[in-house]
Design a protein around this ligand. Sequence first.
Ligand code: ADP
Ligand code: MG
Length: 252
Amino acid sequence: MVKRIAIVNQKGGVGKTTTCVNLASALRAKGQRVLVCDFDPQANATSGFGIDKTTANPSIYEVLIAGAPCEKAVISTPYCDVIPVNKSLAGAGIEMIGMDDREHLLRKALDGVADNYDYILIDCPPSLELLTLNALCAADSVLVPVQCEYYALEGLSDLLGTVRIVKRSLNPGIAMEGVVLTMFDSRTNLSMQVAEEVKRHFPGQVYSTVIPRNVRLSEAPSHGKPIDAYDPYSRGAEAYASLADEVIGKNS
Ligand code: ADP
Ligand code: MG
């Protein structure tokens, strides 16, 4: 059965897209059938897989707003399948206002292709607005990247509150997939302290894999490749492979 995971944190720059792209590729490398749905109008996951975001059409925007068939939007890459996004999605919140069942547009779209996959990862924008609400309604679970820095926990109670409301009203099946610590720097006490604090806050929900701060992870997107294709022996590639093992273990 397919598992649909929304990668969510309303803070920008915490490692959502990096986690989405590299976890997807690592899952694929372990034999899983994987689709990434880029749902952030900034299209960083789209370009992270080497797809030109200016020409990708139909994108998820055309699927949701103009009714293009979802399977037409799926692009096969050497790493996994990807539904691209373009910046038109930024205005989609307004365009959805008049639409029936507007919170469930993404779920309905993905239903059309879900049977082809073991995992669908949805890369969310840095907000808790209608786009993220659509992702939460389309998801079976939520994976939250938390950056090991000051104020790491700030905003997470708003995020959990939103998930609780969605669970009560729109998507009763939604669950917590896990919390992943990102950009961990073992040389600093701060990273250690944040990690301890996050674990106290989310007992049993924090992956034992911690994603290190690794310059290769920040270089890979400019080459349009996930880390396991860009530098398979980097610490970043090892970390995402290990995270993929944990995700598979939890879901089998
Ligand atoms: P988000 O999608 O939450 O906005 P990104 O995944 O785009 O965050 O990451 C923000 C920036 O940090 C990007 O430039 C990315 O390359 C970099 N980055 C993310 N994770 C790491 C890491 N583990 N080590 C080094 N740089 C990272
Ligand atoms: Mg992003």
